[in-house]
Write a protein that binds this ligand. Structure first.
Ligand code: SIN
Ligand code: FE2
Length: 213
């Protein structure tokens, strides 16, 4: 595909794909409308770290049958309801399902879409996405709003990492050998996008949680 830029691939299959400008301006605006409705029904909340109870700097919500949440008492997990409202998560907007079907190369739909909102000074420490049952499915991430410096390394914390600037409309696929790569967000670059009038960045991560039957 012409717009694919493979940042790195090892052995068979593409491991990490960065698709710059995958979503055009009009698609970003449409997706944002759908996400505003999601956030209306399932408001952003401040997650806390397991054990320490330290608040994360991002605020989050989810859509889809399952949502990723964390708190001091019960730690990282997926659950079908919003931890504050107790209501089921809103449905995943169709454009996100369509995107997954196009880029994931996986025979079943995603079950969770984590929505992270980064205000200007928010960041996300280096971590692995490993609360899912099935690592055969990739993680597909969509960036909207201000640009971010994304860091992605190897399978241990100490592996050398590379930095990528993720702009509004960019899509990243972490699959194959990089499905469990350590990654995080070093910082947001405020004022780099006009998409969100309030500023900041929304990141959506689509994931398959359970093994398809
Ligand atoms: C995440 O790893 O949950 C978020 C990554 C990003 O914000 O791009
Ligand atoms: Fe992650």
């Amino acid at each position: 595909m012409a717009d694919r830029r493979t940042a790195r691939s090892r052995g068979k299959g593409v491991a990490l794909e960065h698709l710059p400008g995958k979503l055009k301006d009009a698609d970003q605006a449409k997706l944002l409308d759908a996400l505003r409705a999601v956030m209306e029904e399932a408001p952003l909340f401040t997650p806390t770290m397991p054990r320490s109870g330290k608040p994360m700097s991002v605020r989050m919500t989810n859509c889809g049958p399952l949502g990723w949440v964390t708190d001091k008492e019960r730690g990282y997990r997926y659950q079908p309801t919003h931890p504050v409202t107790g209501k089921p998560w809103p449905a995943m907007p169709k454009p996100l399902l369509d995107l997954w079907r196009e880029v994931a190369g996986y025979p079943a739909d995603p079950e969770a879409c984590l929505v992270n909102y980064y205000s200007g000074d928010a960041k996300m420490g280096l971590h692995q996405d490993k609360d899912e049952e099935d690592f055969a499915a990739p993680v597909v991430s969509v960036s909207l709003g201000d640009s971010a410096i994304f860091r992605v390394g190897g399978l241990t914390r100490k592996d050398k990492a590379q930095s990528l600037e993720l702009k509004s409309g960019d899509v990243v696929v972490l699959g194959c050998d990089d499905r469990l790569a350590f990654h995080g967000i070093d910082r947001i670059l405020p004022g780099t996008s006009a998409l969100l009038p309030e500023g900041g960045r929304l990141n959506l991560t689509l994931r398959r949680v359970t093994k398809p039957v």
